[in-house]
Design a protein around this ligand. Structure first.
Ligand code: KG4
Ligand code: ZN
Length: 354
C-alpha cells in the first residue's frame, strides 16, 4: 500500500520542527529516486535560539519546556500550510535519537499520541540519518556518495550506498565542527550560535588566513575540533587578547572588531581545509564514489559550500548541499527518511523509545 502523506517531527535539540511530505509516486518508482517523487508540503519550525542566547548555549531543561509549549502550535501551522487535515496523514516519522533526552521525549510522546489516535503507523528516525539524507530531498544524488554532516552536535562522514544503506566512516572524537564555531565565538564575546557571525566576520576579512591554526595530523577519517579550540585559545592568551583567569576577551572597540575578524577568518579557512583534507582521505579509500554532499547546520556556510563544491568538481565529482532550511534541524529531513522507510515496510510499534 502506498503511504502518501508523511508527517515528520523533530525535537532533538533546540528547534521544534514539523513537516508534511507527499509521496507522489508509487513505491517502485520511489525506490528509483525520491527526489522527483516527493513534495515538501510544509516545513515549519519554532527556533529556540533567542531563549538560549543569554546562556551562550542550549539549556536542556529550558529546551524541553519550550518544545512542550510550542509543538501543538507548530503542528497546526504545518497542517494549515500543507492544506491537509490530521486524519489525512498516513505515516508518522519522529526523531528518537540521538539528542537531548527531555527534548526527544516531547516529540516522541506527541507522535505516539497522534499515531494511537489515528491508528496510523509510526517510524522512529535517527537524527543523523535525517541530516545525511537531507541533500536528497531536492536532488537526485547518485549512489554511492560521501556525505559530510557537520552540525552543532555532530560531525561525521557517511558512505551512502542507497536509501537507508550507509556506514559512518569517520566522526568527531570530541567536539563537533559547529561546536568549534560556537565555543570560539564565545571566547570572542560574540553571540550564540557562533557559525553565522563567524562567517560574516570572515567575509569582512576576505577569508584571509592570518593565524594558521593547526589542521591536525594523522591520516584518519575522524575529526577532532577540541584541539583546534584549545589552539585558538592559547594563541589568544599568547597575544594578550584573552584573560584566562576571568574568562574574558580583553579588547574593546575597533581593536576588538579587528581581532574578531582576523580570528573568525583564520578559523573558517582552517575548518574548510580540514574538511577538504578529510574528504581527500575518504576519496582515496572509496574511489568508487560519484558525489559529495554537505549537510547539517554548518552547511549553511556559503564559504565552506563553495570550497567543497570547487574541491569536488576539480576531482570530477558532483556536489550537492541542501537549501539552508534543510541544513539546520528540520522536520522535512525526518519525514524524508520516514518516506523511504515506509516504502521499505520498516515500521515501529508504539513501544518505541528514545
Ligand atoms: O544542524 P543544526 O541546526 O543543529 C544540530 O543538530 O546541532 O546545527 C547548528 C550548528 C551551530 O553550531 C551553528 O553555529 C552552526 O550549525 N551554523 C553554522 C552556520 N549556521 C549555523 N556554522 C558555520 N557557518 C554558518 N553559516
Ligand atoms: Zn541536527
Amino acid at each position: 500500500m502506498t503511504r502518501k502523506l508523511i508527517l515528520g517531527i523533530e525535537t532533538s535539540c533546540d528547534e521544534t520542527a514539523v513537516a508534511l511530505l507527499k509521496d507522489i509516486a508509487h513505491e517502485s518508482e520511489f525506490a528509483a529516486g525520491p527526489g522527483s517523487a516527493l513534495v515538501v508540503l510544509s516545513n515549519e519550525l519554532h527556533s529556540q535560539i533567542s531563549l538560549h542566547q543569554q546562556f551562550g548555549g542550549v539549556v536542556p531543561e529550558l529546551a524541553s519546556r519550550s518544545h512542550l509549549e510550542k509543538i501543538n502550535f507548530v503542528m497546526t501551522e504545518a497542517l494549515q500550510k500543507a492544506n491537509v487535515r490530521l486524519q489525512d496523514i498516513d505515516v508518522i516519522a519522529v526523531t528518537t535519537h540521538p539528542g537531548l533526552p527531555g527534548s526527544l521525549l516531547i516529540g516522541l510522546c506527541f507522535a505516539k499520541a497522534i499515531a494511537f489516535a489515528l491508528n496510523k503507523p509510526i517510524i522512529g528516525i535517527n537524527h543523523l540519518e535525517g541530516h545525511a539524507f537531507s541533500p536528497l530531498i531536492e536532488n537526485n544524488v547518485p549512489f554511492q556518495h560521501l556525505c559530510l554532516t557537520a552540525s552543532g552536535g555532530h560531525t561525521a562522514l557517511f558512505l551512502i550506498e542507497g536509501f537507508g544503506q550507509y556506514q559512518i566512516v569517520g566522526q568527531t572524537i570530541d567536539d563537533a565542527a559547529g561546536e568549534a564555531f560556537d565555543k570560539i565565538a564565545k571566547l570572542l564575546g560574540l553571540p550564540y550560535p557562533g557559525g553565522p557571525v563567524i562567517e560574516k566576520l570572515a567575509r569582512e576579512a576576505e577569508f584571509e588566513d592570518f593565524y594558521h591554526y593547526t589542521r591536525g595530523s594523522g591520516k584518519t577519517l575522524d575529526f577532532s575540533f577540541s584541539g583546534l579550540k584549545t589552539a585558538v585559545l592559547y594563541d589568544m592568551i599568547k597575544r594578550g587578547v584573552y584573560d584566562m583567569a576571568n574568562k574574558k576577551f580583553l579588547l574593546t572597540g575597533a581593536e576588538a572588531a579587528n581581532e574578531q575578524r582576523k580570528i573568525a577568518s583564520s578559523l573558517l579557512v582552517c575548518i574548510g581545509d580540514i574538511f577538504k583534507k578529510k574528504l581527500g582521505y575518504a576519496l582515496e579509500q572509496y574511489p568508487e564514489i560519484k558525489a559529495i554532499t554537505f549537510a547539517g547546520g554548518v552547511a549553511c556556510n556559503k564559504y565552506l559550500k563553495q570550497k567543497l563544491s570547487d574541491w569536488s568538481r576539480e576531482r570530477g565529482l558532483s556536489f550537492f548541499s541542501p537549501a539552508p532550511q534543510y541544513c539546520t534541524d528540520n522536520g522535512a529531513m525526518i519525514a524524508f527518511v520516514g518516506a523511504y522507510k515506509a516504502a521499505q515496510g520498516k515500521f515501529d510499534s508504539l513501544d518505541l523509545d528514545i
